[in-house]
Design a protein around this ligand. Structure first.
Ligand code: A2P
Length: 280
């Protein structure tokens, strides 16, 4: 298993990222990020709406690791969709993180037909701003998050730069096969948010049985399973022992039989957040 994936723009992205959703702002976030970087993570996944970007940026700055060795992602929030507001949102995020340039900037959620009659136009306007940020050298890659095939179809019609990434909810029990297939066919790297089902998968009997066979934790099985599917997991933790555990996933291989057993799991552990129905 490679330690990075190659994106459609030729850039190499470290194959396990450190999630910061629900990480409390302040000292906890600073320490978690520093701990992750000390343990070997070279990829930090942030977002404006997580309301902790200044602390995440402080953790990066205090880590002592040269900026260019760390992949940093952030996301434009839903209330900032549109051309001008996306550009303004980027400036705020850039200032909060203390970084002039980001490695990846994502549209956090698509505007959807159920709430916005002009959803295609909103997403395209947002995307034009994202493309401008690439041209101006403020971001190295752009992508989307929570986009389903119909959102991507509409976006690709007018896009000058194809999304490099789609970050979606993905974990055992919730594989989103249609979206993953679409992304593979279009050269879009899938990233997994909540690769542990925000902790909901940790007591799952099937996963516990398989984890026991390998002498690994359920969290490590979830992370490794995503990697073996070519999906980039973004586990979140504020607990030093778990942070370390979650990147120790390169010394074992889940057999084809066990991969298939995990793939066959019934729907479970999903957040229930449907990009076409969310009301935020
Ligand atoms: P904590 O941050 O308190 O350590 P996800 O990445 O799917 O969103 O899951 C994050 C949740 O899973 C958090 O509640 C986190 O707790 C917990 N978690 C993360 N890694 C592990 C682990 N290796 N073992 C047990 N729980 C974990």
């Amino acid at each position: 298993m490679e330690k990075s994936f190659r994106l459609n723009n030729g850039l190499e992205i470290p194959s396990v990222g450190f999630g910061t959703w629900q990480t409390p702002d302040g000292d906890t976030a600073v320490k978690a990020v520093k701990c992750a970087l000390a343990d070997g993570y070279r990829h930090i996944d942030a977002a404006a709406v997580y309301a902790n970007e200044a602390s995440v940026g402080k953790g990066i700055a205090e880590s002592g690791i040269p900026r260019q060795k760390i992949w940093v992602t952030s996301k434009v929030w839903n209330t900032d969709r549109g051309y001008d507001s996306t550009l303004r949102a980027f400036e705020r995020t850039s200032k909060d993180l203390g970084l002039d340039c980001l490695d990846l900037y994502l549209v956090h959620w698509p505007a959807s037909p159920s709430r916005f009659p002009n959803w295609k136009e909103i997403n395209s306007d947002t995307w034009r701003a994202m493309e401008r940020l690439v041209r101006e050298g403020r971001v190295r890659s752009i992508g989307v998050s929570n986009f389903l095939p119909h959102h991507l179809d509409a976006l690709l019609l007018n896009a000058e730069i194809a999304p490099a990434v789609d970050q979606i909810e993905y974990h055992p029990g919730f594989m989103q096969p249609g979206t993953v297939r679409y992304c593979k066919e279009h050269g879009i790297q899938v990233e997994a948010w909540s690769p542990l089902g925000t902790g909901r998968m940790l007591d799952n009997a099937t996963l516990r049985l398989i984890a026991g066979k390998y002498g690994k934790s359920v969290a490590q099985i979830c992370i490794r399973w995503a990697l073996q599917h070519g999906v980039l997991p973004l586990p979140k933790s504020v607990t030093p022992s778990r942070i370390r555990e979650n990147i120790q996933v390169f010394d074992f291989i889940i057999s084809e039989e066990d991969m298939a057993a995990i793939d066959a799991m019934e729907y479970c552990g999903g957040s229930g957040l449907d990009p076409d129905k969310i009301d935020f």
